[in-house]
Design a protein around this ligand. Structure first.
Ligand SMILES: [Zn+2]
Length: 407
């Protein structure tokens, strides 16, 4: 198993938003499942629920509390077999039982009823790290990324190929939505159209932001997003992405404004955030909207990906520092965006917690120590602060090579 996938799967905005009773989270080193048993219309009988709770080990101090880390001991397997015999006529339990039976003997696993799941954004990391430790599993990922995970919450990685689900950030109930970009709600604005969290022109058909209103969606689609799409036009046409109406772009070199490219990238970050407190991004959002006067913008770092990592679709990771332990010498928030042959690291600008503007390469000295693992490759410093219209010259040597990920 790939440990990066583990993070992706176990961190999901929905996990902390929908705290359903009769829903359980089961995480192992091999899989991550959210299992429903019954629903509001057809709840399972209390006696069955109690028997479920009895299957697991409880805290000695507080018997109400189920331990998060359980062991798939022989005793547990015995209890589970008995439970299966007792309730095998209940179809609502089938998935639940099957998932528990997938756990390897003597392995530790994380178990929590959804309504007892602690609201801690960093939890998936803690769980993953702890499970690796308990199961003597491959800890390399966590050790390699230790300096990053000590400083940042790795909010999530989204990789278009390995995901099959549609993911929507933000409030699912229209009437309760506030647009992340203009702050308006219904009836002042509308949320009739699905807003892509990453432009559809990159081939994104699965990642949406509920909290971008129709007016903002329309505005960004006409202003800043075309710049970023034009910037990536060569890559998009060679890859043959299916954008709007499944159209593939032609190899045209169109004008783009670097400043608007930067704003688009930051807009992706805001759209993808699985949180609902945007106060620290107040100035960032103002700037994305075009109402903040130009400042020096942080340097954007770009590297050429080795062929095996080049992807014909966008791959995105978000990093944000936890409020409890801010390190003011490194950027508060970042988006790591890969598409085609290149990977970009973009600092999210105008966050009051940052005490530098990161417009000089030297401002990143501490950053590279934290992102030590990224240091193995050479990164170019790009300046995307210009508001001038630019058109690239087609004198590049195209050297694309994609490998299908077989795992
Ligand atoms: Zn809006």
């Amino acid at each position: 198993m790939n440990n990066t996938d583990f993070i992706i799967k176990c961190y999901h905005a929905d996990h902390i938003r929908k705290k359903q009773p009769n829903q359980f989270y089961i995480l192992t080193n091999d899989f991550n499942e959210t299992v429903d048993i019954g629903n509001a219309k057809q709840p399972i009988p209390t006696i069955v629920y109690d028997s479920i709770i009895d299957l697991f080990q409880h805290s000695e101090i507080n018997h109400e509390h189920i331990l998060y880390f359980q062991n798939c001991s022989n005793k547990f397997i015995e209890k589970l077999n008995q439970f299966t015999t007792n309730f095998n006529n209940l179809y609502q339990l089938r998935t639940f039982i099957n998932v528990l039976k997938k756990i390897k003997v003597n392995d530790y696993f994380f178990f929590s009823p959804a309504d007892k799941y602690p609201l801690d954004l960093n939890l998936p990391h803690i769980v993953a790290r702890e499970l690796c430790k308990l199961n003597n599993a491959d800890k390399k990922y966590f050790e390699t990324y230790k300096t990053i995970t000590d400083n940042y919450i790795h909010l999530w990685t989204y990789d278009n190929e390995s995901s099959t689900k549609t993911i929507k950030t933000g409030n699912p109930v229209k009437q309760n939505r506030t647009c992340r970009f203009c702050g308006k709600r219904e009836p002042e604005t509308t949320f009739s159209h699905a807003s892509h969290a990453i432009s559809e022109g990159f081939g994104n058909k699965r990642l949406f932001c509920n909290e971008e209103c129709d007016i903002c969606n329309n505005k960004f689609g006409k202003t800043i997003e075309p710049s970023l799409l034009n910037y990536f036009n060569i890559e998009r046409s060679f890859i043959g992405v299916k954008g709007k109406k499944n159209k593939t772009p032609n190899i045209n070199l169109n004008y783009y404004r670097p400043h608007d490219c930067y704003r688009s990238m930051a807009k992706f970050f805001i759209s993808l955030l699985p949180i609902d407190n945007f106060i620290i991004f107040y100035y960032t959002i103002k700037w994305i909207n075009g109402s903040e006067a130009p400042h020096p913008l942080p340097i954007i770092w770009r590297t050429l990906e080795p062929p095996q990592y080049q992807k014909p679709f966008p791959k995105v990771s978000l990093f944000i520092q936890p409020d409890m332990q801010l390190n003011k010498n490194i950027p508060h928030s970042l988006i790591d965006f890969s598409f085609g042959p290149y990977r970009y690291l973009c600092t999210i600008p105008f966050i009051p917690h940052d005490n530098k503007d990161y417009s000089n390469a030297d401002d990143f000295d501490d950053f590279w120590q934290v992102f030590d693992i990224y240091n193995a490759v050479k990164w170019d410093a790009l300046d995307w602060s210009s508001e001038q219209k630019i058109k690239d010259q087609l004198n590049i040597k195209i050297n694309f090579h994609f490998q299908k990920n077989k795992s």
